[in-house]
Design a protein around this ligand. Structure first.
Ligand code: NAD
Length: 356
């Protein structure tokens, strides 16, 4: 089993190191190969997604990704910015289904910004479409406004679009995920304003006919944002587009205490996947040894379950994470009085030690 290790920028290398340490302790023979990506790819080869990195990602059975983004590259033209690496990988490998579970560990109830009675026991799954929407729609750019009250003025524009096959494939993934859980699916849209999302909703309703055992409801994205902080446990599985999913999953992250706790999987139609923490490269804390590596370690567990068919090993990692939390170990982002503050590497070592 070959795993492409793409640490990236900022805290990426620090947190990926911890996940690699954990993988190496499982007693399995993984072939791991590391390649630069993002700002590190640009620094090494002049491109955020160098050809050799893309080739490795294509050959591998799974990809473990850290994060990309670095302020020093913010003035590069868009095509060369670090963030293009992750967008490129999603596109080149057709990773269209992004799974972001938001689970609140009982030990971290106090680290959430919400009241314990609102969040305790939270276990929801956001399924975000990753290959379409305004992120990739063409045309886009800056031009002279062709009409409207400011005709002739400079304007920035993007295009929101979803094709029927794109909506159908993410709908099937979401209905099937809901079937494995509590059989409830909420499709989040903005059908009251956007043509693209009326189309999305109509297709969701159509595909629902193939899943009569699943309860489907629809919610506008503004209401969904509100409900996520008001009564998040009302949700089970949420399916939504690329843009709304990006925003809602970060909001859901905070429910769990810290974005440093949230893993994610981005899968193609054959369950090949890229696994990464839901957060970015956190340049503000990079190199300080204080980043929380648990989202990355939990992403490695998802990799074992979804792409490498090693569910028992995934369970072992998740149990080890629960164990270190119950031992009271906390990185700075989830620290509370009465617990023990540890750094990135210490947290990784503790998970390794807790593996049974
Ligand atoms: P971010 O997620 O990097 O950081 C947001 C806040 O959360 C920061 O205060 C940071 O210190 C904190 N944080 C994030 N991960 C943490 C962890 N593991 N432990 C402790 N604290 C953590 O988001 P941002 O600041 O908006 O973006 C920084 C860079 O990351 C930008 O260049 C952005 O484009 C990039 N980014 C990359 C990805 C990706 O690689 N998939 C995703 C999001 C943002």
């Amino acid at each position: 089993m070959k795993i492409a290790i793409l640490p990236g920028d900022g805290i990426g290398p620090e947190i990926v190191d911890q996940a690699v340490k954990v993988l190496n302790t499982l007693g399995q023979s993984f072939e791991m190969e590391t390649a630069p990506v993002g700002g590190a790819g640009y620094a090494a080869h002049g491109h955020p997604l160098p050809d050799a990195t893309l080739k490795l990602a294509k050959e591998a059975d799974a990809i473990l990704f850290g994060a990309v983004g670095d302020w020093q590259y913010d003035n590069l033209e868009r095509a060369l910015r670090p963030e293009q690496a992750i967008l490129g990988l999603r596109k080149h490998l057709t990773l269209f289904a992004n799974f972001r579970p938001a689970i609140l560990y009982p030990e971290l109830v106090g680290a959430s910004t919400l009241k314990p009675e609102v969040v305790s026991g939270l276990d929801i799954l956001i399924v975000r479409e990753l290959n379409g929407d305004i992120y990739f729609g063409q045309p886009r750019g800056v031009r002279e406004a062709p009409d409207g009250p400011f005709k002739g003025a400079r304007e920035g524009f993007d295009t929101m679009r979803y094709s029927e096959p794109e909506i159908r494939r993410i709908a099937h993934v979401a209905f099937q995920a809901a079937r494995k859980r509590s059989k409830r699916l909420t499709s989040v849209d903005k059908a009251n304003v956007l043509e693209t999302f009326q189309f999305w909703k109509d297709i969701m309703i159509d595909i629902h006919k193939e899943y009569p055992d699943i309860e489907l409801d629809h919610m506008y994205v503004d209401n969904a944002a509100m409900q996520l902080v008001r009564a998040p446990k009302k949700f089970d599985v949420i399916v939504t587009g690329n843009m709304f999913g990006d925003i809602l999953s970060d909001a859901a992250a905070m429910l769990t205490g810290s974005i440093g706790m949230l893993p994610s999987a981005s899968l193609d139609a054959n369950n090949k996947g890229l696994y990464e923490p839901s957060h970015g490269s956190a340049p503000d804390i990079a190199g300080k040894g204080i980043a929380n590596p648990l989202a990355t370690i939990l992403s490695a567990a998802m990799m074992l379950r979804f792409s490498l068919n090693l569910p028992a090993e995934a369970d072992r990692i998740e149990a080890a994470v629960k164990k270190v939390l119950s031992q009271g170990l906390r990185t700075a982002d989830i620290y509370e009085a009465g617990t023990t503050k540890v750094g990135t590497a210490e947290m990784g070592d503790a998970v390794v030690k807790a593996l049974v």
